[in-house]
Ligand binder design. Structure first.
Ligand code: CUA
Length: 340
């Protein structure tokens, strides 16, 4: 629905049709009641107009049935809208298992994207068709909003925290990418494109952009350059906790609280180390706020992730692994899409 209407962008993701269906329902209900009220208002104004100076209106008796009807019917309609909207909201919020991961940083006035294989883009994003893509996003400065109309996907990126969004493209092509949050003089120029490719073409693109350094390897280099390694040693003799096998697992803090070591936790531990100190360790780590930019932080997160923890293998992970440029000319088999 809406696919042929030039009013709407093409539907290029698994969510697009569902979003449009809810939108169409909202419009239909609104137009129906808008017309009903307008027509009734005008016709009643004419029909029950005062016809003479002496005319006295009849007193109105209350009607319980009428009161119940005009309370229950709207309640039913808004509950349908609520449940439908909530169902769609959760579907859009829950990332499917084993997505391909992409890191996005918004910065006045550009979008910077990084793939796990180390490929980096500016104001562009290349993804394969039929594979769920998870975006881990933040901003270097002010609030921006990552908006791809063809995917019916829009997510604010806020400085200092990670936002997660996902989409699964359903047709190859090039689609608009906008910043949908006013962010300064060149907000309107903070635009780009998302290119959806057939998996084989995407694999070739990945190989072409391969730098030989995966995101995790770039993070490992930063980890050494910043001397993180002097405290976070793998032999558990360091002043900081070991990072092997931590990612995705619960961590017990000095406060006794348990938190899951996810992307946001790792990021916070780098820029604000005393916020959540691991049990058994002293709050001696200095902050790295300002020493590493958001892209660097994402590389460090990718490195910590690569040290093990939650399984990341899947069709997406395989696609995003550093493509050996010359070693394997044969493109890998087409990955199975995650069915709806
Ligand atoms: Cu970034 Cu508007």
């Amino acid at each position: 629905m809406g696919a042929e209407l030039p009013l709407f962008p093409v539907q290029a993701s698994t969510m697009a049709g569902r979003v449009d269906a809810l939108y169409a329902f909202l419009i239909t209900v609104s137009v129906f009641f808008g017309l009903l009220i307008a027509v009734t208002l005008v016709s009643f104004a004419i029909r029950y107009r005062r016809r003479s100076r002496d005319e006295r209106p009849q007193p109105i008796e209350g009607s319980v049935a009428l009161e119940v009807a005009w309370s229950a019917i709207p309640l039913g309609i808004v509950m349908v809208i609520f449940l439908w909207g909530a169902d769609l909201f959760f579907a859009m919020a829950r990332v499917p298992p084993a997505p391909m991961e992409v890191y996005v940083v918004g910065k006045r006035w550009m979008w910077k994207t990084q793939h796990l294989g180390g490929q980096r883009e500016i104001n562009e994003l290349h993804v394969p068709v039929g594979v769920p893509v998870k975006l881990t996003m933040t901003s270097e400065d002010v609030i921006h909003s990552f908006f791809v109309p063809a995917f019916r996907m829009k997510k604010d990126v806020v400085p200092g925290r990670y936002a997660t969004a996902w989409f699964q493209a359903t047709r190859a092509g090039t689609y608009h990418l906008f910043c949908a949050e006013y962010c300064g003089t060149k907000h309107s120029g903070m635009i780009g494109s998302v290119t959806v490719m057939e998996p084989a073409a995407f694999q070739a693109w990945l190989a072409g952009g391969a730098t030989g350094t995966s995101l995790a390897a770039a993070g490992e280099k930063l980890f050494q350059d910043l001397a993180c390694i002097t405290c976070h040693r793998s032999d558990s003799e360091g002043r900081g906790p070991r990072l092997e096998g931590v990612f995705g697992h619960p961590v017990t803090l000095a406060s006794g609280e348990r938190v899951v070591a996810d992307e946001a936790y790792v990021r916070e531990s780098i820029v604000n180390p005393t916020a959540k100190v691991v049990a058994g360790f002293q709050p001696v780590m200095p902050t790295y706020q300002g020493l590493v930019n958001e892209e660097g932080l994402m590389q460090l997160v990718a490195y910590v992730k690569s040290l093990g923890g939650a399984a990341t293998a899947g069709p997406g992970a395989a696609l995003a692994s550093p493509a050996p440029a010359a070693a394997s000319p044969a493109p890998p088999s087409r990955p199975k899409g995650q069915g709806r």
